[in-house]
Design a protein around this ligand. Structure first.
Ligand code: FAD
Length: 298
């Protein structure tokens, strides 16, 4: 690990957390426990994903609306173009506006047939993430985050395709990009340099995936076009039946990555939490992000 003492005294970091809508009451309880644990770290926002094929439409809305109504956390609702007409999507967006939600993460999404199969827009739907961003912008003055892919989206031929797509989304009204996860920081910095060289100035926030389960993460990475370096596989080798050591290694790996990014000037992080707080809480602690008690806030 490089010399992270230069992070002392700690600077200010903007943190956001991503959750997914749970399927069972037990998982729902875990979600709200995790949110309660992370809330005192005063995240910039908390985002809630939209299930493949729009499968979590109601559940995403309910969690986001509850966050807006019952907490002081700023929620961001993910939304995709999949399997819905424009009028339906616009109605969801207006519902969010009426519920006081002012931040949407706008995505094209993957076809219901799965990642890697060809995306066919709904006959009356938005045909791309750029169109969706434009549609949301026409409805209200939302903050609009979009995705971006430092290693290339599986459907793009070159990184320039991804930067073209990002530029189109910014022209349509996007205000922040969140990256697909990556494990080699050089990949992020190369992408950032290319984006800045093109005159892209919006925040390009690294998406950090703590490896809660190596096999699952590696599988997901393969479909998402993110590379899994050999050294990472080596670190988790032989730990399939040892969840305690696995978690310690996961914390060490994510800490090394995040501190390395921070050392090189990154001040904003988006954590894929997998609805679990502990690992992410520990990493934020290392960055110097501490719970803000009511007393301290006063
Ligand atoms: P887009 O911006 O639409 O496109 C991504 C890239 O694909 C572009 O850079 C472009 O180079 C290439 N591309 C797209 N279309 C074409 C084409 N026709 N020809 C050539 N190249 C093309 N999915 C969900 O279902 N729900 C979620 O909540 C969700 N949240 C996400 C959050 C983040 C931060 C990220 C990174 C991804 C998320 N996804 C989610 C996954 C996303 O929906 C898929 O990766 C999808 O395949 C692309 O949608 P997009 O908006 O990310 O990409």
């Amino acid at each position: 690990m490089s010399d992270n003492r230069s992070l002392w005294p700690p600077g200010h970091f903007d943190i956001s957390y991503e959750f997914f809508p749970p399927k069972t009451p037990e998982m729902e309880a875990q979600l709200w426990e995790s949110i309660a644990r992370l809330a005192p770290l005063k995240p910039k926002f908390v985002s809630v994903t939209y299930g493949a094929g729009g499968s979590t439409r109601e559940r995403t809305h309910n969690i986001v609306a509850r966050l807006a109504a019952e907490t002081d956390i700023l929620p961001a609702a993910h939304l995709t173009c999949v399997s819905a007409a424009r009028a339906e999507i616009d109605e969801i967006v207006r519902d969010y506006w009426n519920a006081g939600v002012r931040h949407i993460v706008a995505l094209r999404g993957d076809p219901p047939t799965g990642v890697g199969t060809r995306f066919e827009p709904h006959p009356e739907g938005y045909r791309s993430s750029t169109e969706l961003v434009r549609g949301i912008r026409a409805i209200g003055d939302f903050e609009i985050s979009v995705s971006t892919y430092p290693e290339g989206h599986p459907e793009s031929r070159t990184i320039d395709d991804d930067l073209d797509a990002l530029e189109a989304k910014i022209d349509a009204g996007a205000t922040r990009a969140i990256t697909q996860f990556f494990f080699e920081n050089d990949i992020y910095f190369r992408f950032l340099d290319k984006a800045r060289a093109r005159g892209i100035t919006i925040p390009i926030v690294p998406g950090i995936m703590p490896v809660q389960n190596f096999k699952q993460t590696a599988n997901f990475a393969r479909k998402a076009g993110a590379s899994v370096p050999d050294w990472l596989a080596h670190r988790f080798e032989g730990l399939d039946d040892d969840p305690v050591t696995r978690r310690l290694i996961a914390a060490a790996v994510a800490a090394e990555q995040v501190l390395g990014l921070a050392e090189n000037g990154v001040r904003e992080f988006h954590f894929y939490t997998n609805n679990r707080a502990d690992l992410v809480f520990a990493i934020c602690h290392l960055l110097g992000v501490r719970p803000v008690t009511e007393k301290a806030a006063a």
